[in-house]
Design a protein around this ligand. Structure first.
Ligand SMILES: [Zn+2]
Length: 315
């Protein structure tokens, strides 16, 4: 039987699985298989878990082969399915940032915070109910710690800026880094002859531009050949993209600060980001109609504006 699961193989035993969050090619997770053992980086939401299990079956793997489940941070498009997936994979250990662990063990606070962003009804529709993870199955990964997947080293690097509970995972074998949100989002629909169009998700509530720049500097010191983005897929040309994302973080921050005295701060930031993004897209050689722009970017701009609004009010 052919599988409807939208996953595709990359090199080095890595598979990209579309977690079908909001729309196709918006968010993914990655399966790494090495010597018959598996690590899953990011989980998508509760509703993504069946897609991950189907991918394992398609590859002839059992849930017992999954040794590591590794969300880069605890935002729910990355970690909303962790508890459910841990239940399905009884041998797996959850590897998590020190600041993220308690939210996976007792997800009530995280649930409440996200309901503030999305509203109750939308939250339930998008994420379902978060399942707690047994504390004994949780391993905290500190900065520069390494873990072995059946002999394959995965190295962890603390990377605040998008969120304080964010790390990236360096995989020596692929010379690649799993970047969560710290290296931005590049949707396949927005790639032109000039390369991918990179967007910094300045989501609530821990956006910190200076920390973000430092994290990018540390990430670039790894001299990686590729980055595995959660939104969406693998990218090369990291030095060029690092310049782009830094420039867009700077311009988003400056635009938000410029709106500080506006009567309606949030609306003003949304308008400014929309204007700037349309201008940048045009310069990148991407022509989008209003409906397509809305479908691909309006949601991101709204969440990014929420994060920028909080940040402006704090400084
Ligand atoms: Zn995030």
């Amino acid at each position: 039987m052919t599988s409807p699961v939208p996953h595709f193989d990359l090199d080095f035993g890595i598979t990209c699985i579309d977690v079908e969050y909001i729309r196709p090619r918006m968010a993914c997770c990655y399966l790494i298989v090495h010597n018959g053992k598996a690590a899953i980086i990011e989980t998508g939401t509760n509703f993504s878990v069946p897609l991950i299990l189907q991918c394992l079956r398609d590859k002839g793997l059992s849930v017992n082969d999954v040794e590591l489940i590794i969300p880069t941070h605890v935002h729910l498009d990355h970690a909303g399915g962790v508890g459910s997936l841990m239940q399905e994979c009884p041998q797996a250990t959850l590897l998590i940032h020190p600041r993220g662990a308690r939210h996976m063990i007792a997800p009530q606070k995280l649930t409440e915070a996200c309901k503030m962003v999305y509203g109750e009804a939308e939250f339930v529709e998008m994420y379902g109910e978060l399942v707690p993870v047994e504390e004994s199955r949780v391993q905290i990964m500190e900065d520069k710690e390494t873990v072995s997947l059946s002999g394959r080293d995965l190295n962890f690097l603390d990377s605040p800026g998008h969120a304080k509970h964010h790390f990236v995972i360096y995989d020596e074998m692929s010379k690649g880094v799993f970047t969560g949100d710290i290296f931005g989002a590049c949707y396949p629909e927005l790639t032109s002859s000039k390369g991918p169009f990179i967007i910094p998700p300045t989501s609530p509530s821990q956006f910190d531009p200076d920390a973000w720049y430092s994290s990018l500097d540390r990430l670039m010191e790894l001299n990686c050949e590729r980055a595995y983005l959660t939104h969406f897929g693998a990218v090369n040309d990291l030095p060029e993209l690092a310049v782009d994302i830094r420039r867009r973080i700077e311009s988003s921050s400056a635009l938000a600060l410029g709106c500080k005295s506006a009567e309606n701060l949030f609306e003003s930031i949304v308008e400014a980001l929309t204007r700037e993004t349309k201008k940048d897209l045009q310069e990148h050689g991407i022509q989008l109609g209003e409906a397509e722009f809305h479908k691909l970017l309006a949601g991101d701009i709204e969440v990014s504006a929420q994060g920028l609004e909080l940040w402006v009010n704090q400084i």
